[in-house]
Design a binder for this molecule. Structure first.
Ligand code: S3P
Length: 428
């Protein structure tokens, strides 16, 4: 797709539903007894993979755009799937579903696309095996295809070496089906959508700053879920509004869960003109409106506890940093290497092609700003939705048009991304 510079970005958009919350709404609705309704579900390819997997296990799910109804019959009603559970590109689907399958007394086989086949699974299969599940796969259970024979689990106290909501959620979902109590402790708190939503489904959990515990045998009760807009999707337009001159963008109903708002902290630290207007709600997940205007930006140092709060936003933060005065340092982010692509490599290689001054490091990157981006090159998403969208925003600024390859990857989390960008753009 050929994209060219814009003069400014102005207007209002409704960001599609949060991907993490959408996945969980379907999974927990499938485990619950009764009718779960979901509003503002994200109909992106990843979340549709979750629906397809649970349908294969006998769950009746109606999906009409962003409205979903799940007719749950309880966790014991899930059936042995008679073919492979295909997770597509979705790491959240496979890792969380493994936690559910680990406790089910049947056999299942799980795999996804080429990117999933490269992503580490032992981080989840090891603790699940410790609990009693029988799991095997390529390289001793590290890579897909994986086979699972679940059941007879015992609770564990698991200390995770990485702050990962996917690990935490998988172990807690197995813990719900285990004897006794299961506790997961992480080095820093990762996103807590699982804890919040299990609560909404009637499950009792106990939490400390960096751990969550659940006692096995609790039943989930159906719930009505509203999914706020995805702050990880909003991040592309927050950055666009901050770096494209003469811009003002209003983003409505964006999720403001504090375990996800690292991007807001970074924008404020860099001097962005950002207004946050929280909505008055009693809902499990806080949300509100965001208004961003273009302004002068300065470099930031980003590392430590904030990393899990903005891990998916690092590709777009790298672009933001190209337009900030000084050197931005991103560290403690080695997890980037095991995302949909190795995002240290893909961010650095694609931004360099369009004129950014950026260096990879062992656990992040350094970006030297402020630089005019020349463009005039062909770049690629490498099949990674967030790299594709970052390049889509970069094209608004480049002196010469750029050709972006593999933009279809964006459908994973934001099928209407270019529609929204075109709607906001004022061209010469
Ligand atoms: C997610 C957790 C994060 C994030 C991913 C979605 C989730 O991964 O990168 O896009 O929904 O739990 P990790 O838990 O592996 O850090």
């Amino acid at each position: 797709m050929k994209r060219e510079k814009v003069l400014s970005l102005n207007g209002e958009i409704h960001i599609p539903g949060d991907k993490s919350i959408s996945h969980r709404s379907v999974m927990f609705g499938a485990l619950a007894k009764g009718k779960t309704t979901v509003k503002n579900f994200l109909p992106g390819a990843d979340c549709l993979s979750t629906i397809a997997c649970f349908r294969k296990m006998g769950v009746s799910i109606e999906q009409n755009g962003s409205d979903v109804t799940i007719h749950g019959k309880g966790i014991n009603a899930l059936c042995e799937p008679d073919s492979l559970l295909d997770v597509g590109n979705s790491g959240t689907t496979i890792r969380l579903m493994l936690g559910i399958l680990a406790g089910r007394p049947f056999h299942s086989a799980v795999a996804g696309d080429e990117s999933i086949a490269k992503r580490p699974m032992k981080r989840v299969t090891e603790p699940l095996k410790q609990m009693g599940a029988v799991i095997d796969g390529r390289a001793g259970g590290e890579f897909t295809p994986l086979s699972v024979r679940g059941g007879n689990l015992n609770g564990i106290e698991y200390v995770s070496p990485v702050a990962s909501a996917q690990i935490k959620s998988a172990v807690l979902l197995a813990g719900l089906q285990a004897e006794g109590t299961t506790t997961v402790t992480e080095p820093h708190k990762s996103r807590d959508h699982t804890e919040r939503m299990l609560n909404a489904f009637g499950v009792e959990l106990s939490e400390t700053k960096t751990s969550a515990s659940v006692t096995g045998g609790q039943e989930l009760r159906a719930a009505d879920i509203f999914v706020p807009g995805d702050i990880s999707s909003a991040a592309f337009f927050l950055t666009a509004g901050a770096i494209v001159p003469e811009s003002r963008i209003v983003l409505k109903n964006v999720g403001l869960n504090p375990t996800r708002t690292g991007i807001i902290d970074v924008l404020q630290q860099m001097g962005a003109a950002l207004e946050v207007i929280p909505s008055e709600t009693g809902s499990a997940e806080p949300y509100g409106d965001l208004i961003i205007e273009s302004s002068a930006l300065k470099a930031a140092e980003i590392g430590g506890e904030i990393i899990p709060r903005l891990i998916d936003e690092i590709p777009i933060i790298a672009l933001l940093a190209t337009q900030a005065e000084g050197t931005t340092i991103i560290k403690d982010a080695a997890e980037l290497k095991v995302k949909e692509t190795n995002r240290i490599d893909t961010v650095v290689s694609e931004l360099r092609k369009i004129g950014a001054d950026i260096e990879p490091t062992e656990d992040g990157m350094k970006i030297h700003g402020k630089k005019t981006l020349a463009g005039g090159a062909a770049v690629s998403s490498h099949g990674d939705h967030r790299i594709g969208m970052m390049l889509g925003i970069a094209s608004c600024l480049t002196q010469e048009p750029i050709e972006i390859l593999q933009t279809e990857a964006i459908d994973v989390s934001y099928p209407t991304f270019f529609e929204h960008l075109n709607q906001l753009a004022k061209k010469a």
